[in-house]
Ligand binder design. Sequence first.
Ligand code: PAF
Length: 287
Amino acid sequence: MTTELKQQTVVVSTIDEMRKISESFRGQTLGLVPTMGYLHEGHLSLVKQSLEKCDHTVVSIFVNPRQFGPKEDLDIYPQDLSGDLEKLESLSVDVVFNPDRQTIYPEGFKTHVQVDEITRNLCGKSRPQFFKGVATVVLKLFNIVRPQYAFFGEKDWQQLAVIETMTRDLNMDVEIHRVPLMREPDGLAMSSRNSNLSPEERKQALSLSRSLKDSKEKIQQGIISSKELRQNIRNIISAEPGTQIDYISICDPVSLEEKEIIKGRTLIALAVKIGPARLIDNCIIED
Ligand code: PAF
């Protein structure tokens, strides 16, 4: 009989400790899964991909204040470090990097990364600080952990595009892996923010995935006008009383430029405020 020994997960909070561990992995492949914690199955699917692909996996847990606007939900962003560690230990993740704010943004911190053009539309319009905050912290995490591979979910489609652009433009030696969006059995896109929804708001939130599914059906029936499809999505979501649409974008999945008609591969992306949460969802219409 063989007994599988579970590898112990190490939790580190300083840059020095993290660097020493990364250094000890030299010559082997290292994958990084950056997260803000409150891990769900969507995050765990990123972790599993990293565990499969790489010799070692680091998961970072850091709620990055610089990607939240002054009126956004930083103060109520859900956190459960012990629950997260339990999940990551059960998967035998090598290292959890859990720095505090002072470690990532010490006194006198002045530098930011700005990715142009693709940050103008969609989430960039109503969250002007968001991608600057994301790109900056992801670059810092890459520099601290020094992974060869990093894993991000396609639920945050625009974030992925920004990170891919940044790594390409700045010649960074990290290969970005895209992992498909994961849904709850009833269709709701998995998100840590779902935990801030009341039961009633959670029901209303199903209108996002419902509207995307309906759009796919309409496109299959031959409707290709973005204006018409957008209006249809608006009708489905607005029929739920607590919803406030931020944007409905029908765009090119790479440039994120809006399209007037569905032609070629197309991204339909939504952001909707429901109660305390701003939820996003998307789907791809294949060519
Ligand atoms: O997607 C997230 O959880 C965050 O935006 C990220 C990539 C961890 C950066 O803070």
